[in-house]
Design a protein. Sequence first.
Length: 226
Amino acid sequence: MTLRAPTTAGLLLALLAACGGAGGTTEAPPSPALPVQPSESEPATPSASATSSASPTGSTAQGGATTAEACDGTLGADTVEDVQVPSGATCVLQGTRIRGDVKIERDGTLDADGITVGGNIQSQGGAGITVRNASVDGNIQLEQGGSAEVTASAIDGDIQWESQSGPLVAEGNDVGGNFQAESNTGGLTVSDNRIGGNLQCESNDPAPTGGGNTVEGDKEGDCSSL
């Protein structure tokens, strides 16, 4: 008998039968899982609290008051923190409300009518100080200056005048503390004041004049008869 060489088709059938039989199917091996690339996350939306910036603090003084560091001229019925009268300047205050102090530098002049002062009126070497119809929560303290006149005003603290060279007048005031005048040389008149503390005058030349003062404390020294 003559043997025939197997054909190519026969070899393929034999291989299929060996792998699973003539009627079976060969399953392809599963494909390797592809690595999952992390997706780019969308940027988080910032919260309202993170995006809102704080409101800037305003420079306006409390209560809407404006500040006045220096006064050389006229200031009307405004509200300011402090008033400073520079050396040689003349400051006119008309109905002004001052939360703090009024300070008059050497050779400065103050003419104030109807003002309200939360602190003190102070001067060392001021040329002339005039205060009328005022309300002062603190003291009026003048030293080594020229003239001064305080009339029809309410001062919760003291009036203190020392070593002033010009005429001094205190008339018709309501003083909660003491009235003190020492070593003044331009003449001193003290009349019709109500003084809650003492009326004390010492070493004033010429001697003080006046009268009609109501003093809850003592009248002492040069003013003992006033």
